[in-house]
Design a binder for this molecule. Sequence first.
Ligand SMILES: *[C@@H]1O[C@H](CO)[C@@H](O)[C@H](O)[C@H]1NC(C)=O
Ligand SMILES: *[C@@H]1O[C@H](CO)[C@@H](O)[C@H](O)[C@H]1NC(C)=O
Ligand SMILES: *[C@@H]1O[C@H](CO)[C@@H](O)[C@H](O)[C@H]1NC(C)=O
Ligand SMILES: [Zn+2]
Length: 486
Amino acid sequence: MANLNSSFLLFLSLNLFHIFHTAIARGGERDSGFVDKTYAASGRHLFEENHFQKLNTLAHGYMTNSDLEKAIKAFHGRCGHLSRIYSIGKSVLGVPLWVMEISNNPGKEEAKPAFKFIGNVHGDEPVGRELLLLLANWLCDNYMKNPLATLIVDKVHLHILPSMNPDGFSLRRRGNAKGIDLNRDFPDQFFPMNDDFNKRQPETKAIMNWLKEMRFTASASLHGGALVANYPWDGTEDKSKSYYACPDDEAFRYMAKLYSHSHHNMSRSKEFEEGITNGAHWYPIYGGMQDWNYIYGGCFELTLEISDNKWPPANELRMIWQFNKMSMLDLVASLVKSGVHGRIFSSDCGEPLPASIAIKGINYTIKASERLADYHRLLVPGQQYEVMATMPGYKTRTTTIVMGDEPMTVDFILEPDFSLSSSFLPNHCSNRSSLKIFKLISKPHLQVSLTLVLILAFLCFLMKRKAIVNHFKVRKSVGQRRVSAV
Ligand SMILES: *[C@@H]1O[C@H](CO)[C@@H](O)[C@H](O)[C@H]1NC(C)=O
Ligand SMILES: *[C@@H]1O[C@H](CO)[C@@H](O)[C@H](O)[C@H]1NC(C)=O
Ligand SMILES: *[C@@H]1O[C@H](CO)[C@@H](O)[C@H](O)[C@H]1NC(C)=O
Ligand SMILES: [Zn+2]
C-alpha cells in the first residue's frame, strides 16, 4: 500500500515535473614499423653522429637548460603582472618542462581563446627555444605600446613551452634521453601505435595531460632544417606520400599562409609553393603531435620549420627572430582577428552550456568550455558557413554567417528538448531539481513530500512564466551576429 502510494506520488510528481520543469528547470630513428623513406632526403630530419662535436661548438651562445630556466624565471620576475610560470612535468632526466603563460589575467579562466607555442621538440633544433624567450620578452616590453602586443596580452591566453625536449638538447640529438623521437610518440589516427599510455615518454605524457586540463584553440611547434609552414594531415591511411586533407584544410591553409606571408621570405620558397605544405604531401609521418592535437585535443596545430639550418651560429638568432617575429604575432592574433566566437546558454535557467559547435560540411566538432561555455572556431574569411550548436537534451540551433575580414561573435541560447525520446536525458537545470524531488519522495513523510512537490511545482510554474518572458527578450538576439571590434 505504501509502495503503491509512493509509486503514485512518483508518477504524479514526474508528470508535474514534466509539465513544469521547463521552468526550473606531430624521423625518428625509432623502429616503429613506419620508416620515413624520404627521411634522409628531406634535410629536415638529417641527423649524423659526427655532428656531435660540431654541435657542441655550435651550442656556444645558446642557452643551456639551466640558462633557460633562469631566463624563464627572470622573465616572470620582470613581467609578473602579465605572466605566470608553471611546469607541465619533467623530462626523462628530470628537467622541468617550464611554461610561461602571458595574459592580462594569467591563470584565470576567461572566455578567451588560448594559443600554445612549443619549441625544441627535437633536441637538435634549438632555434625555437631561443625565439620563444625573445617573443615573451617582446610582448612584455611592448604591452600598451604596440597594438598587436596589447591585443595578444588582453584577448588571448598565450602559453609558451620553450623546450619540450631539454634532454635531447643537452645530448645534442633529435630524440629524448631514451632516444625516442617525441614527434612520433603520440597516438596515431590510422595505425595502432603508442596506444599504451604507460610506454609513452614522460615528455609526451606531459603534453597529453596538459591538453586534458587546458583548452587551446590553436598552436604551433617550432622546428628547424627547412623553411615552411606544415599543416595536417601529417599521415595517410595507405602510407602513400600524397596530399591528405583534413576536414579543416581551408582553415589550416589560411593559418599556414598567414605565417609564411608575414615571414621575411618563407612565402618565396622555391621548394614549397607559398612556403606552406600539407604534411603527408611532403612526407608522411605517424604518431606526430600535430595531427594528435587536431584530432584529440580540439586544437588547430601547425608544425613550423623556421630555419634551413637546424643549429645556426648563435649570432644569427637575432636575425631569425626578426624574420619570424611578425609571423608569430600574426598567428597568435589570428585567434581574435578572425573566426567565430561566442558563448552558449540554456534558455530555461540561463546557465552556460558546454555544447558542441559544428559547421555544416566540415566533419569536425569543437566543444565549448565546461564552465564558461565559450567557443572559438577558426574559419576562413569571405565564406558563408552554417554554425550549429548541439547539446544532448536541448534543441539544436543553426545560424548562417558570412565571414568577412572581421571576427564574429555568435552566442547561442538553446531550448530544452522535451520530446519523448530526450525527456529523460540529463539536462543542466532539470537534473538538479529532479534529484531533489526524488530525494524527497524516498523519505517517509509522504504528506510533507506531496506538499513540497506542489510548492515546487507552483514555483516552477512561476519561473516558467518568467523564463518565457525572458526567453522572448533574449530570443531577438539568438542566432544574430554581431561583429566584435578588436
Ligand atoms: C631567406 O633569407 C635568408 C637570409 O637572407 C637566406 O639565407 C635564404 O636563402 C632565403 N630563403 C628564401 C627561400 O628565399
Ligand atoms: C567524420 O570523421 C570521423 C572521424 O573523426 C569518421 O569516422 C567519419 O566517418 C567521418 N564522417 C564523414 C561523413 O566523413
Ligand atoms: C546530473 O546528476 C547526476 C547525479 O548526481 C550527476 O552525476 C551529473 O553530473 C548531473 N548532470 C548535470 C548535467 O548536471
Ligand atoms: Zn623537428
